[in-house]
Design a protein around this ligand. Sequence first.
Ligand SMILES: Nc1nc2c(ncn2[C@@H]2O[C@H](COP(=O)(O)OP(=O)(O)OP(=O)(O)O)[C@@H](O)[C@H]2O)c(=O)[nH]1
Length: 388
Amino acid sequence: MIEIGIAGKPNAGKSTFFKAATLADVEIANYPFTTIEPNVGVAHVRVECVCQELGVKCDNCIDGWRLIPVKLIDVAGLVPEAHKGRGLGNEFLDNLRQSEAVIHVIDASGSTDEEGNEIGVGEHDPCKDVEFLYNELDMWLFGILKRNWDRIARRIHLEKRDPAKYITEQLAGLGFKEWQVREALKVVGSDVMKFGDEELKTFATELRKRRMGMVIAANKADKAPEQFMKKLLSLDEIVIPTSAAFELTLRMAAKNGYIKYLPGDSDFEIIKALNEKQKKALEIIRDFLKKYGSTGVQKAINTVVFDLLGYIVVYPVEDENKFTDSKGNVLPDAMLVKKGTTARQLAYMIHTDIGESFIYALDAKRKMRIAEDYELKHNDVIKIVSAK
Ligand SMILES: Nc1nc2c(ncn2[C@@H]2O[C@H](COP(=O)(O)OP(=O)(O)OP(=O)(O)O)[C@@H](O)[C@H]2O)c(=O)[nH]1
């Protein structure tokens, strides 16, 4: 399953974001370091189910919306100089090793200082927090490179190894792809034997840029000064205004049967009697939805998966006419695969045995055989024919 890290300084709203997105039971409190242990939970991306296009009735979506699971990891509090061991230190960075991307939750309202202590709204410029996670990641990576560099560079030199390949192997735990290392090396230029601290720092930054995509959740947008939101949205970053607190309220209200609301909706419907106070609170949220289109939490998750990481959705089936599995379940699975995934690779993802005994694949929409190296497209419905 795709894993996405949720990171940010203390009190920015990570736990609230995590809880809203997963509805898991984590402590939410108004003081730094509520999140001590990494929290792993399941959230979902929201896409239009292909059943509409096919004109079939499917029991695996909600009003035509398909929710596909992704893993979220809420990483513990980050403070300036965490890479030197401050706060919870490197622990949080180590928790990001498995993540494909990060949602950086920042306090857009400027009501917490750089350490996460509460101050008045607008007293801290949230743009300063954006760079800070990059710096921590870069310095953390630089530390790892520096500790290993003499050995790595010597081996590359003595054994005439391919640098990109060897570095990728040696740093396997960090999840770099060889092309990422190769491209990053190109930027730094010069011979690896001559890398000093400056070159290693540049190398770390270039590696991080390629390895760890980031979406910024400009959180607490519900109380953020207008000029802060404008400034954040004009940055050369993917910035999504969010109110994790509003999303949490809406999900709780929906869970308890007060409203009809699907995460990502631009409005909700009240379906159970509410008192005046509750109504008023929900109307404030409704105004926010009108202004921003949604609470932003679902949008942040979708943006990471589809825009940043380039995933598409495909639907494997066993019956190409009814679009079902062997039990008659219509469109049983919606799978997230990377753009460029081939029919044969999909077979392997379903099961190694199916991949190994692959005979051919069928595009169930067009009822056409497709080549094993056919690159899947978003919303493809695929039948794999194997010898199994
Ligand atoms: N107004 C507003 N408050 C929020 C929002 N999200 C979180 N908060 C509040 O901000 C405070 C901190 O939220 P948490 O979710 O505990 O923050 P955290 O980043 O997980 O903090 P640590 O666990 O200390 O790292 C709490 O009082 C939340 O209720 C939001 O979108 N809007």
